[in-house]
Design a protein around this ligand. Structure first.
Ligand SMILES: Cc1ncc(COP(=O)(O)O)c(C=O)c1O
Length: 379
């Protein structure tokens, strides 16, 4: 076994993270909504063209805020891809929603918009889209269907910061969108997220919900002379120390994206011939999409083959990992009536997908080792 282990992910400092965190302390403001949080909000709004951005403690919490803001009631239905992280759906389920699972396209691994209309009922409230690996879903069709049936679109854009569909940033299509700044994301602060609000109808209530059900944000803007309990709410704002770390990463976004593009392209060109020879699937990015280089995955012929490759790489000191298990056949999914065969593409993709190490500071030598490791696998 090699001693220099290559992890799947590694947090990478981009520039001024530690200095800005110290500054947050010197500012004597380490709770939420300090100077760095405000800088992050402005940065997101200006860079992406978002009407209002609010940092949250995670993408999960931004999704919970979305379900709250849509006033999801017990028995409401939300359409969600089965191939996603539990939080996309859990956020709505904890408010009593029933998830209706939709399958994905076998090439982009994004939800299959051609299957949406058959799943809509009189109880459907929202379509939750996930831009897998930051490759945009077919947003034109999805928005058209949503409009026709009076449904709200929420984009879970955990993977897709800087990704675009037809030249427009992901996260700007839905009434609401959510970002993740978890350690594994392109831009990170360990644990963190953001709610992106494109429909300003939700703006004021979002501020209240995020601030324990109080109108504290209005108070700080001088719009009311004292703040009080005005609605339901919770505490969804991160410490300004985390916002300081995140802002330092935002400042280096172009550099980070450049590094990730290089890694993604090295994997793609390094594996193309091998993949063709052994009928291995590689990521597909349609012409309509600009991808944010969030991850690199390969699709093996079978689950046995995928598991054998994981073991083979592990022996070479390389950590490669699978991804989502289908939600419709999970313990919770079955309770909602899910059964094998409901989302056949999700079921087979979930078995076959393997993600290779991918982090900003992955070196050329490490990249070469991963490529050698993968191509040295005997089928
Ligand atoms: C699609 C998707 N949504 C939501 C999340 C949850 O993000 P967070 O850890 O910031 O809550 C993840 C986690 O990676 C994810 O993959």
């Amino acid at each position: 076994m090699s001693t220099n282990r290559i992890p799947f992910n590694k947090p990478c400092l981009a520039g001024n993270e530690l200095e800005y965190m110290a500054q947050a302390v010197q500012n004597l403001h380490i709770s939420g909504d300090g100077a760095f949080t405000r800088k992050c909000h402005t940065w997101l709004e200006e860079e992406l063209g978002i009407r209002k951005a609010l940092l949250t403690t995670s993408c999960t919490h931004a999704l919970e805020m979305s379900a709250f803001l849509l006033d999801i009631q017990p028995g409401d239905e939300v359409i969600v891809p089965s191939f996603t992280f539990v939080s996309t759906v859990n956020a709505f389920v904890i408010r009593g929603a029933r998830p209706v699972f939709v399958d994905i396209h076998p090439d982009t691994l994004d939800l299959d918009e051609t299957k949406l209309e058959d799943l809509i009922t009189s109880r459907t409230r929202a379509i939750l889209v996930v831009h897998y690996a930051g490759v945009g879903c077919e947003m034109d069709t999805i928005l058209e269907i949503a409009q026709k049936h009076h449904l709200v679109v929420v984009e879970d854009n955990a993977h897709g910061l800087f990704g675009k569909f037809k030249g427009r940033f992901l996260g700007t299509f839905g009434a609401l969108a959510t970002q993740s700044f978890h350690e594994t994301k392109n831009v990170s602060c360990g644990e963190g997220g953001a709610l992106l609000i494109n429909d300003l109808l939700y703006s004021e209530r979002a501020e209240i919900l995020r601030e324990k059900g109080t109108n504290r944000s209005r108070f700080f803007r001088g719009q009311v002379d004292k703040y009080t309990w005005v609605d339901m709410g919770s505490s969804y704002l991160p410490s300004d120390i985390l916002a300081a770390y995140l802002y330092a990463q935002f400042e280096k976004a172009a550099e980070i994206q450049g590094k990730r593009k290089r890694i993604w392209e090295a994997y793609f060109t390094g594996l193309r011939d091998w993949a063709e020879l052994y009928s291995i699937g590689l990521p597909y990015v349609p012409d309509t999409c600009t991808q944010p280089y969030h991850m690199f995955y390969i699709l093996l012929p079978s689950v046995e083959c995928r598991q054998a490759l994981i073991e083979h790489l592990k022996l070479a000191g390389i950590q490669a990992v699978f991804h989502y298990l289908p939600l419709h056949t999970s313990e919770m999914g079955v309770r909602f009536g899910g059964k094998p065969g409901d989302c056949p593409v999700t079921e087979q993709i979930s078995d076959r997908l393997l993600r290779l190490p991918f982090f900003n500071d992955l070196s050329d030598a490490e990249l070469d080792r991963v490529l050698e490791g993968v191509k040295g696998f005997r089928f």
